[in-house]
Design a binder for this molecule. Sequence first.
Ligand code: HEC
Length: 231
Amino acid sequence: MKRYSTLLISLLFGGMIVIWACKHQIPDPPIPNSNIPGQTGRACDSDSVYFANEILPLLKSTCATSGCHDAFTQKEGVQITSYATIIDYVVPSNANNSKLYEVITKTNKRMPPAPMAALTVAEIAKIKKWISQGAKDNACDHCDTLDYKFSTAVKPLLDLKCKGCHNPASLGGGIDLSTYAATKISASNGKLYGAVNWSTGFKAMPQNSAKMPSCEILQIKKWIDSGAPNN
Ligand code: HEC
């Protein structure tokens, strides 16, 4: 009998403690992942250049192509696939002493090599600014699904994440995404959305990279669903 009452009391006490604990438990806030654009919980500051948002996708699509500086080829021992491998060629806050900046700006043996197009003036300026700001491994959230125009939403994404592998000099899978007319073909035949959405039956793009943030995939989808206009 004594044993039963002890058991009863412990069960009662135990139960009360559990109820108390549940009532007082404050739910943990979601842990922001500081390095994944779209999941950082931090808005982008327009004066800063963010590595994960703007530099890594550009360098991966331009330099980490197959046969060049991807993890498999590592041409000349150089791998341009992550912050850890890229920072080897950067002197933070000093673009002019950074190998990365030197090779994209020099006229003799410039990177990416011809017949690939050189990085644009705006792209080079962005890399310089990122180095000048300390070459940090930073990321932020910036995406507005109300904007799904070709010129302001879709084209900037394709230029940043796809164009390096999908242009007339480098036609991955025979696909050109460097102009409106060429992009319209892949938008209309379903390949563009299938690839960025990682849909079954399509190659997952961008190749060898994480999936694009869902907000960006939605921008592309809304543009395609609205008839893929040149707006
Ligand atoms: C590092 C190079 C690289 C990057 C970056 C890249 N692609 Fe590709 N892409 C390829 C290659 C190579 C193929 C051909 C793949 C194959 O046949 O295995 C391809 C194939 C495709 C296809 C055809 C898919 C299919 O299933 O037929 C589409 C569409 C495509 N890419 C879109 C994109 C988009 C959109 C982006 C940017 C978000 C992108 N790619 C970024 C290299 C790349």
